[in-house]
Design a protein around this ligand. Sequence first.
Ligand code: TMP
Length: 225
Amino acid sequence: MSARGLFITFEGIDGAGKSSHIEALAQAFRAQGRTVTVSREPGGTPLAEKLRALVLNDPMDALTESLLIFAARRDHLHKVIEPALARGEVLLCDRFTDATFAYQGGGRGFDRGVLTLLERLAQTGLAPDPDLMREPDLTLWFDLPPEQAAERLAGARVPDRFEAQPVAFFRRVAQGYADRFAAAPQRFARIDAAPAREQVWPQLCAALVARGWLAASASTADARP
Ligand code: TMP
């Protein structure tokens, strides 16, 4: 089993059910002797968590929102993601840049050319190779019809600025994810998030086993959510 750093991100519209699988996957990696860091975006550092609170709660236009999200990402990459990968750890991150293209690009209709520029600025110059733009090794995309996600979210908690959006917004977000998937399918594993949780977990395991990052026994171990 390789001990190089692994950067794995979890993506999908609100209500897709990704969060409940992150800790289970962390356990599966730990059971194989890997050191795992679990983090999230926006957030993951004290500064980025402050920016998260602003982005989720304070009214602002789409450019301000995108700048704050990429500022948080830069800090997170600098202080948490790159050091963990340099130590050969597994970094599991609840959302990353695909979410910006889906939510700000798709949902808000913000200029994807500007997002591409910000992506390159924020994600270059921190890895060992200064020209490398850091991207996930694998993105687990929890794909779910927006109507089904809305049913799951209904009445769950006080909604933030994104969760409060109508289904039409999430249709555009879902299309944003589909566009990112189409542009780089080899980086993604599409997970059908519509069935019950027990039927979703084996799909995650299969994606990791197929890449040689997890032993086949992991899917039957206690780690399942
Ligand atoms: P979470 O609830 O999954 O932690 O994500 C927080 C919210 O932030 C979620 O509704 C999606 C949104 N978001 C963006 O709009 N753009 C981004 O780049 C990221 C990472 C999250």
